[in-house]
Design a protein around this ligand. Structure first.
Ligand code: FE
Length: 285
């Protein structure tokens, strides 16, 4: 059964960190509606007149995984594990905060003055929330493409099956085992992607226009689409469309979100705050 659309979200402009303008589709909520996904932000600086960008100064995380995928511009980062570097166009950074990480993220404009990219937060199941923090950086050159008739699919995580060009993304050891694809459809190209029936599935349309879901509803950038249950997603491009496709098994646990922490109970949030005060939050240097 082809999935219908259950909800269409218009991302809202928000200022986060120290003056970072974002288009936020959703953030962590107790209702955990998009389980296993907790947050989806679109870095959206298009105009150098928008002013200086400071970024996200040193801040903690616990209980989540964050995925940063840049299209233009870059993010300078460093963290309490001793990692430091630059996430450039097409690169991906996948950070497993586990029991605790401190990091700094400083977006910088590309040559044309633009910053474009996405940050996705994926929940960790209770059993892994206090696991060892970990960090993976994937350079643009190692992210494979799958090509179909009029479709170019950049496979960040998960798989695009088929012969002769079945492709598996380089980001693998993520607890929720999600699919994360950057899909570009030309002209009137069609895209059909199988997703297990009970998995969460979302599409973020950020360029162009297409018809989505079983009812082939016309959706124009920029919108986040939440799909109903079903075993495949169908999209028909209308003059060209580009979207991020996210899918994954629901974790189905209660969550207690608090700023950069997402735990299962309020006591665990209190514990994190106590450790931050005591200076025992970070155990790895
Ligand atoms: Fe962060």
């Amino acid at each position: 059964m082809s999935r219908s659309i259950s909800k269409i979200i218009e991302p809202q402009y928000v200022i986060e960190g120290a003056g970072v303008l974002l288009r936020r589709s959703f953030g962590p909520q107790r209702s955990n509606e998009y389980d296993p996904f907790l947050l989806f932000d679109h870095f959206a600086f298009n105009d150098p007149k928008e002013g200086p960008i400071v970024g996200f100064p040193m801040h903690p995380h616990r209980g989540i995984e964050t995925v940063t995928y840049m299209l233009e511009g870059s993010v300078h980062h460093r963290d309490s594990l001793g990692n430091a570097g630059l996430i450039g166009p097409g690169d991906v950074q996948w950070m497993t905060s586990g029991r605790g990480i401190m990091h700094e993220e400083l977006p910088r404009r590309g040559p044309s003055g633009v910053i474009a990219g996405f940050q996705l937060w994926v929940n960790l199941p209770a059993a892994l929330k206090m696991s060892k923090p970990r960090y993976q950086e994937v350079s643009a050159a190692t992210i494979p493409f799958a090509k179909r008739d009029g479709a170019t699919i950049r496979v960040v995580a998960g798989e695009v099956a088929g012969t002769p060009d079945g492709v598996r993304g380089p980001v693998t050891e993520i607890a929720a085992n999600p699919v994360y694809l950057d899909v570009t459809l030309e002209g009137n190209a069609e895209f059909v992607y199988p997703v297990p029936r009970e998995h969460q599935a979302l599409a973020y349309v950020f360029e162009g226009k297409g018809c989505f879901g079983a009812e082939q509803q016309a959706i124009e950038a920029v919108r986040l689409i939440v799909f109903d249950e079903g075993d495949r997603i169908e999209v028909q491009s209308d003059g060209g469309v580009r979207f991020m496709l996210m899918a994954g098994a629901r974790i189905r646990e209660p969550i207690a979100p608090y700023g950069p922490f997402v735990m299962n109970t309020q006591q665990e949030i209190q514990q994190a705050l106590t450790e931050l005060r005591n200076g025992t939050f970070i155990r790895e240097q």
